[in-house]
Design a protein around this ligand. Structure first.
Ligand code: ATP
Ligand code: MG
Length: 420
């Protein structure tokens, strides 16, 4: 019998359950390992922040701020927002805790849920998880290269090879205004053909037109001027040095001058990792440099760069491309009768203390049904204990994968797993 119950999770929000959770943990463990080896330390900022933190950093005229934020008033009528991304919170945290007083560069990673009120579809949720990194203090393209190659190592460690790296430079406050002018000139006699959103973007931030996903806007911008042709000398040098370092590190990439990213705070380097096997929501990770944000948040001038990985999409890719082995009990103890039941509890207690996963059979049920459960759990070994075993001091073990079996004495149990 099945029944849906009275309540459902909110639209676009999902429960993450076993066995998928093992893949999630695998991703989280790989992130922790790889990021630590590059000197990144974990921080855990709150999930809710003051609304202006996101409005000021992500930008008033971005999709996230215009349409996607979960914003509420708290009981004291303060406007608060469930974080739609991690960077703004981390920058707030960096400035508030004076982390800039520590030796530069300071490198941090975070992981946790993000919230965006988007139309739910495959690969797009309203609560989704990101693991992200932020590096503060280094303006050098070597840091950009380091971060991008760290992301590649992380994906390779997970076994994800079929991913594409796209990089771009969107310039700085010196060269971008000129580029915006040339975009305005280009689109001025094409405005009628753009989508209504882009017509509005034209007046506010024409760069956003390059990020539009509407087919006719993509067509319209095919011949638009390229930002990579408008970079100032310093931005050009920075970008060229990054590309040459990526070459040295053997990161395969393509330069995509349309990739402006959907957030306003970026300067210079932006990048994105995509996978063709994901369909239309194909970005698995994205990031970039944000050299002005710390200053805007009231901290000292601090160049910075980071990226965020979309967990659901990584897990989806792993489910498609990598074979998974899920953990199973090391031992199932089938037991019949009261004395055997008590002895089994003691054996389980001792072995669990050694870090083994032990499942106990239900003493009230038949041996047959206990064995069925051991099978279902895919336990590696089964012990069978009844009155005879208690009396003789010996018990029978069986390995379920190949049905090998044998006998050991009750007093030797603690050494049984040492040689297995
Ligand atoms: P997209 O182009 O897919 O909308 P984005 O540019 O909005 O992505 P970012 O803000 O850069 O995404 O977030 C980084 C990563 O987080 C994305 O590459 C993606 O993997 C993941 N992500 C973003 N939004 C969602 C969502 N609503 N559901 C699931 N994952 C998401
Ligand atoms: Mg988006």
């Amino acid at each position: 019998m099945s029944s849906d119950g009275r309540y459902k999770a909110l639209k676009g929000m999902q429960d993450i359950l076993p066995p998928d959770i093992y893949i999630w943990q695998k991703v989280e463990n790989a992130a922790r390992e790889i990021f630590s080896s590059y000197g990144f330390k974990e921080i855990r900022p709150p999930v809710v922040e003051s609304t202006d933190i996101f409005v000021r950093s992500i930008g008033e005229n971005t999709d996230i701020v215009e349409k996607e934020m979960y914003t509420f008033n708290d009981k004291a009528e303060r406007s608060i927002t469930l974080r739609p991304e991690g960077t703004a919170s981390v920058v707030r945290c960096y400035v508030e805790n004076h982390l800039y007083n520590l030796p530069s560069p300071q490198k941090y990673y975070y992981s946790g849920p993000m919230f965006r009120y988007e139309r739910p579809q495959s690969g797009r949720f309203r609560q989704f998880y990101q693991i992200g990194v932020e590096s503060f203090g280094s303006p050098h393209p070597a840091m950009d290269a380091d971060i991008i190659s760290m992301l590649r190592h992380f994906l390779l460690r997970l076994g994800l090879k079929e991913v594409k790296f796209q990089v771009n430079s969107i310039g700085c406050e010196r060269c971008r205004p000129d580029y915006k002018e040339s975009l305005l000139a280009f689109f001025s006699d094409r405005l009628g053909n753009l989508c209504p959103d882009c017509r509005r973007r034209y007046g506010i931030n024409p760069l956003r037109i390059l990020d539009c996903k509407v087919e006719r806007c993509i067509e319209m911008r095919a011949d638009a001027p390229r930002i990579t042709d408008s970079l100032c000398h310093d931005c050009r040098t920075h970008f060229d040095r990054l590309l040459s370092l990526l070459g040295i590190l053997k990161v395969e990439y393509i330069v995509n001058p349309d990739m402006v990213r959907g957030l306003d705070y970026y300067t210079r380097t932006t990048f994105e990792v995509t996978s063709e096997s994901l369909g239309s929501q194909n970005a698995v990770a994205a990031g970039g440099r944000y050299d002005r944000l710390v200053k805007e948040f009231g901290g000292p001038e601090t160049p910075a760069i980071g990226f965020a990985v979309g967990m659901e999409r990584i897990v989806e890719l792993l489910k498609k491309s990598v074979r998974h082995e899920y953990p199973a009990p090391n031992l199932f103890i089938a037991n019949i009768g009261d004395p055997a039941g008590k002895k089994s509890i003691l054996i389980a207690d001792e072995l669990r203390n050694k870090g083994l996963w032990i499942e106990l059979g239900d003493n009230e049920t038949s041996l047959k049904s206990q064995m069925r459960r051991a099978d279902k759990l895919s336990a590696e070994y089964v012990f069978i204990i009844g009155d005879d075993e208690i009396n003789s001091g010996k018990l029978k073990w069986k390995r379920l994968s190949d049905s090998t079996n044998g006998e050991i004495s009750l007093s030797e149990i603690s050494s049984f797993f040492i040689n297995k």
